[in-house]
Design a protein around this ligand. Sequence first.
Ligand SMILES: Cc1cc2nc3c(=O)[nH]c(=O)nc-3n(C[C@H](O)[C@H](O)[C@H](O)COP(=O)(O)O)c2cc1C
Length: 375
Amino acid sequence: MSTENTNTSGLEGDYDTLHEFIKAAKMRTHPDAWDYLTGGTETETTLRRNRAAIDRIALRPRVLRDVSEIDATSTFLGKKVRLPVMMGPVGGLGSFHEDAGMEVARGAGKFGAPMMLSSVSTQPLNEVAAQTNSPFVFQLYVRGDSDVIDARVDTALEAGCDAFCMTVDTAVYSRRERDIARRFKKPWRSGTLGAGMEYQAALSWKEIERFKAKHKIPLILKGIGTAEDATIAVEHGVEVIYVSNHGGRQLDHGRGSMDVLPEVLDAVGDKAKVIVDGSFSRGTDIVKAMAMGVEAVGIGRLYCYALSAAGHNGITRMYEILENEIVSALGLVGATSYADLSKSHLHFGEPLVTEPNVFSAFPLLNLDDPGYGGR
Ligand SMILES: Cc1cc2nc3c(=O)[nH]c(=O)nc-3n(C[C@H](O)[C@H](O)[C@H](O)COP(=O)(O)O)c2cc1C
């Protein structure tokens, strides 16, 4: 079983369930940064729909399938990974750990998971990439002209990146009301890092066409939310379609990512790989997305909790627990690997009656109770 490697983090016993990271992170994180991390846009409806769209899918288990050997490993961009769970790009990582992206990359490398580094990062790309041998992608917010993009591609290639990602759901920076209400001024939204929003607003398919004609590095478009745009992306030769609504942090009143996924997978077929993120928090969540046919699943907030709680070992431990949950879910639906999964394992039912929220995947979490366990 792929759980044989368990406890390379050395944190077994300190963190044994995922919600324990949230509790520890809350105690270590400044309230401004905590709201920045956990919040969404305006009414936070997209954020809640992300979770609702996952929750409304029930699993259809098959039995008597000999699941004594289960392989939870996979491939990402042609490279072997210990889990098909990628740490998505997160700006402002320094609010959760002083060594920010370097520490995330150490955790990714130690466990064997893919990651993307945000262009909001202030650490040199080559130094961060050097911390991991697992698939590594640079994510760009386009805040400059084509020459600026090309220079970023050169830097990504020099750092050995496996792919280049452009985030395309951020033409306008949304109203994150928690931050506005706190008068929280994010350092990475002022000065050089915050400049050039006009390029982000003006970005169009013309730039994607130019990029694909010029560059060989695989291109990932992050923030695709409809079959229509997935089709255009594929027509432009984009290798990876990343279904995402930015964790409910950009357009409010959008659809949950798992509600978007079926139409995108249908539109893309085998012409590109599809990855997805948005409130994926548990092993069963990953199994549901893999059963639909994605290449990998992205996580955002979850790894920031682990980073804040215990640095790179926290990230490694988070992955160990997630791996355990995934192996358990695979075995209980009667699958020995992702290849055994199909849509026949999924039942699209009604949403749960309970109101979903950013923490609702963790029923034992009690943020008011001192101590890590939350019980
Ligand atoms: C604190 C924070 C910062 C983020 N920064 C970026 C970023 O710099 N670039 C980007 O493309 N997406 C960014 N995202 C979105 C994530 O990459 C990802 O799409 C999202 O967090 C997935 O949802 P989840 O947090 O519910 O897993 C950020 C998300 C969070 C929570």
